[in-house]
Design a protein around this ligand. Sequence first.
Ligand SMILES: NC(=O)c1ccc[n+]([C@@H]2O[C@H](COP(=O)([O-])OP(=O)(O)OC[C@H]3O[C@@H](n4cnc5c(N)ncnc54)[C@H](O)[C@@H]3O)[C@@H](O)[C@H]2O)c1
Length: 266
Amino acid sequence: MNKQVVVLVGAGSIGMAIARRVSAGKHLVVADYSREKAMRAAETLENAGFECSTIECDLGSKEDILKLVEYATSKGEVTNVVNAAGVSPSQAPVEEILRVDLYGTSVLLEEFGKVIAEGGSGVIISSQSGHRLPALPQEQNEALATTPVDKLLELPFLKAIDDTLKAYQYSKRCNVLRVMYEATRWGKRGATINSISPGIIITPLANDELHGPRKEGYLKMIEGMPARRAGTPDEVGDLAEFLMSSRGRFITGSDFLIDGGCTASY
Ligand SMILES: NC(=O)c1ccc[n+]([C@@H]2O[C@H](COP(=O)([O-])OP(=O)(O)OC[C@H]3O[C@@H](n4cnc5c(N)ncnc54)[C@H](O)[C@@H]3O)[C@@H](O)[C@H]2O)c1
């Protein structure tokens, strides 16, 4: 029971890159709505010396998140939480994006904020997409940050969203605001929580976008950005590692854009 536990939700490319950097010597719980993906990721990581277990978990289900909390805490003290699960605009309809990316992430922050260990840390993967949304009225910012999770999806301005890109942008903006709100609660337990907003990072999710209806816009962004290339999951992993290390203890409630300069040049 003295084991330190890292929880990874979303066994994809970015999640695995972060897990590799923060899980050595700890027990890593790999959670994904696809049991197969979770098991494949755990097998790869076990073959690289990590101790893992897997659990099926739909980020958009409060019931599944509560089961995940119970499972993770039965393994030891949860010192790190990484949320790298999500669905993109080309992968799911509006309701599903809001349920998983917006509501699910908010529930996860709240529930792990109740059990995170003293000195622990967490990282939520948001997106540069949230930075593309024009400034919101202050009451919308406040509503996204502070509305009780069970009422979030009833907010009228969220119910009015009718396209998947907007649903994704609102979700990712909400992730950043929710992290700010939760940082005070996590801080009472001596823990930090931050978000990272990646630009275009080559992963299966980005490949779906690069072959989806917004393909042209994506290729234009890559051509026009100062870095002149897409990013890699390892580059996001390096940033997450810093935020979750002892050098990141003064950083909490913040969002970090890592997008090759894309937002700056747009
Ligand atoms: N790749 C990019 O360009 C990019 C840019 C900005 C933000 N992001 C964000 O990064 C995060 C990680 O994505 P990635 O690029 O590593 O893609 P990925 O496809 O490699 O990983 C996403 C993972 O999330 C899992 N997942 C999807 N829905 C889920 C659900 N309901 N419950 C639990 N797991 C679920 C998938 O099974 C997959 O393993 C996502 O939140 C995404 O929005 C990615």
